[in-house]
Write a protein that binds this ligand. Sequence first.
Ligand code: DGY
Length: 329
Amino acid sequence: MSTKPRIFCPGGLRPVAVEQLARNDSIVLIGPPPEKASRAEILQLIRENQPIHGLVGYLNPVNDEVLDACGPELKVVSTPSVGFDHISVPSLASRSVRLGHSPSILNHAVAETCVLLVLATLRKWNGMQKALKSGDWSVNHIPLGNDLRHLNIGIIGLGRVGLECAYRLAPFGCVIRYTDIRPVPVATVTGQGSLEYVPGADLLAEKSDMLVVACDLNASTRGMVGERLLRKLRGGKGGWVVNVGRGPVVDQDALVRGLKEGWVQGAGLDVMDPEPLPPNHELLSLENAVLLPHQGTATVETRDSMALMCVENGIKGAHGQLMPAEIDM
Ligand code: DGY
């Protein structure tokens, strides 16, 4: 039997990365496009191709069922995403399977999405579109938005993405504050604005008109932005929320109530709970909610870079070498 590692790549990975994978010294098995096969069919294909040494690409969730399908020789799981909350880390750890992800290269794309959502939310994008499509451009039918200039923005989570959001928002002339598990050693965002650390999300909400969620999902951030926080925004006059982190960080039921009752003025969400959001979900019917289907990284350049990093992690992991971005478990 060949000693080359066997890598299974679920379909859907960017072609440039699949080509790269094909060039390496492994046996590569490419799965069918995700829309053409059920999860059960993909798992069956993996089982039939045991042993699998590397699972390289996006599969959601990656749990014991997937790891069992790969077999006991699995060495690495590599995802083309920075987030890995869809992967059962304890299951990987208990089998000594390494985990690679694709951080940093997506920061600017997600931060650009953040700016898009901030502006679209403030300028009432959905209401504008409605007026445009109705053909009635009369003043009374065009909703007025709010200035971004001078807005107090509170960023929850000043990690790699949060910092890039701050860099891009500060030049608009807003006041940027943030909270994180600890102050991040950055004093100034740009020549035009400073970045103030605020201890705790409650205090941050008190000082903010808009919250930007840019943190990851973990036990301490799940449900962090709930009714209590939302009601504090803009001095209780109804503020805004933008989420480019993970959906469950925001208590979505509370947010929907706030958007309907007016104690939240608007929301811009790239991430929701659950995903995909069911097409009949109430959020989709709210004019003051600007929604994107979790596509903050959806540019050709960024998706290619993420997929290439995923492949590099996977190849190195399958060969037992140092990986460029490995999660410390
Ligand atoms: C990530 O990489 O985690 C982004 O949220 C896109 O999935």
